[in-house]
Design a protein around this ligand. Sequence first.
Ligand code: GDP
Ligand code: ZN
Length: 314
Amino acid sequence: MERNKTARPTPPPDLSASDPVNEGIIVAHHGVAVEVSFEDGRRRMVGVKRNSGHVVGDSVTVTGGVLKRMPRRTELRRRDARGGIHLVAANLDVLGIVVAHQSPAGFIDRAIVAARVAELQPFVVVNKCDLPDTPELLDLLKATYGGSVPFFAISAANRTGLQPLQDFLGQGHRGVFVGSSGVGKSSLLNALCPEIDLKVGQVSDYKNQGRHTTTVSTLHLLSGGGELVDTPGFREFGLVDITAEELAAHFPGFEEHADALCRFRNCRHRTEPGCAVIRLVEEGGIPPERYATYLEILSEVENDQSEARSKDWR
Ligand code: GDP
Ligand code: ZN
């Protein structure tokens, strides 16, 4: 940008410059075209095949209208209503887990595990802190997760508590929010990036009012730094299922004892001899309630897994 400010004599025609390689990021996906934002701030639509596999957040080069994808740092996937698995976005750094008083039990734990499996840093956002029944929940959640992940208490409706969250995202993080329907993800996105203008309280009928077709997915730059991806399908359906092995390896609250090794590498910390987690629970290093929650979720995950397997056989 700076260099364009000073007037220069017109350079001699340079044939290579007529077909320059431009590096950019996919900031919107319209099915048969993607919008690419280039480093100098320009934006341009580039045609792609419908199932090209490009997603928002992909780093690309565009040469003469041809788009080439660069290797991805991270990939986040979701499961749709029929069990199909889709890529949500590429090169995300953080996953914001949004909860409110009505959030289902175990959601935060599963989401933290899923984020860690995808190599994204999870953080927790407790919304609706303006409601009278939230403080109690907040104390409990803070005690449980405050030591494991970045933790923010906000009210999207009243726009309070947003600054620490904006500062966190402003550290150059690219993120996306996940949370059950009604916790306030649309309200939060609206509060953080006003140009999105999402309809609050309308979960499944989101259509972009843009010039082209329905926008599936978009990436937004935040004024204080950082980027947020909005993917309506992801907001509705959420994360892919985690496996029992992933849960055992990444359950929040066990991580500070990661050096306490179990005898078996694939230990599920239930009845195995030489289990370091069971020993830590007995010694008081891991609270018994957390261990009970872990066992509950482990059973659920194991059931999900065996159900999925029997579906595959049918
Ligand atoms: P989403 O389904 O997660 O996208 O949730 P929405 O943003 O659509 O919000 C669901 C409902 O919760 C709407 O009625 C919002 O007005 C309400 N809501 C969102 N944020 C807050 C908040 O901070 N406080 C209160 N009291 N209500 C909120
Ligand atoms: Zn173990």
